[in-house]
Design a protein around this ligand. Structure first.
Ligand code: ADP
Ligand code: ADP
Ligand code: ZN
Length: 215
């Protein structure tokens, strides 16, 4: 089963994708994570990507489609979770064509609905484990022991350069201009399901499970 988690920055896509990986053995394909890896590579492409990401703008379709294609061809799994991809109609078309070519289908698109007010708090309180990638929040999901990852024990906890209010404004604008049309696109294809992203993490997970059980 291949699914897309769709929603604005801070909606909880990464958090829920990690749970699905753990529970269903699916593979999480986060273009944000791939791009953050690319920017540390020191190449010209990496530098360009870093500037765009820090401003909160979208990188070109060509770059992210290339990254996704490489992963899809390289891995076989009991399913892929697309997290933060597609973000434009061009990317959505490219994903459809790619899955067709590989003889695979897109089974569900889950919209995580949240209100914009909540996103500022979500983004400004977010930190992650640099070792295992677990996602935390100062208020809603702190570590049990301060400064230590619950999952792997690492003390390498970090915040993203783009997780500030100014970059979030740009990211939200990009979301409404370029990504939100995908909701209509997938609705028309009969693939869209909506869950309340403002609920507790466990309850959001349960709602996603219900949606996927129907597929
Ligand atoms: P968030 O989880 O806050 O939504 P991501 O980690 O998904 O953020 O993305 C971080 C940044 O990486 C985006 O602001 C954008 O610059 C870039 N990015 C990630 N995915 C894509 C994509 N599919 N298309 C274009 N840019 C992307
Ligand atoms: P996205 O990948 O959509 O940008 P994340 O999964 O990184 O979102 O979540 C953004 C922040 O909100 C993180 O700090 C995370 O711990 C927190 N968070 C995620 N889901 C919930 C939830 N249902 N309730 C409260 N906080 C949440
Ligand atoms: Zn960890």
């Amino acid at each position: 089963m291949n699914i897309i988690l769709l929603g604005p920055p801070g909606a909880g896509k990464g958090t829920q994708a990690r749970r699905l990986v753990e529970q269903r053995g699916m593979i999480q394909l986060s273009t944000g994570d791939m791009l953050r890896e690319a920017r540390t590579s020191g190449t010209e492409m990496g530098k360009k990507v870093a500037e765009i990401m820090d401003r909160g703008e979208l990188v070109t379709d060509e770059i992210v489609i290339g990254l996704i294609e490489e992963k899809l061809r390289g891995e076989s799994a009991s399913g892929f979770i697309f997290d933060g991809f597609p973000r434009t109609l061009g990317q959505a078309d490219a994903l459809g064509a790619l899955l067709d070519k590989l003889g695979q289908s897109l089974d569900a698109v889950i919209e995580m609905q949240v209100d914009d007010e909540a996103l500022v708090r979500r983004i400004t309180g977010r930190f992650t484990c640099g070792n295992c990638g677990e996602v935390y929040h100062d208020e809603t999901k702190p570590t049990k022991v301060e400064g230590v990852c619950d999952v792997c024990g690492s003390t390498e906890l970090k915040r993203r350069a783009d997780d500030n209010e100014e970059s979030l404004r740009t990211r939200l604008l990009e979301y409404y201009k370029k990504t939100s049309p995908l909701l209509g696109y997938y609705y028309a294809k009969g693939k869209l399901d909506r869950v309340d992203g403002l609920a507790e993490i466990e309850d959001v997970a349960a709602a996603i499970k219900d949606a996927l059980d129907k597929v």
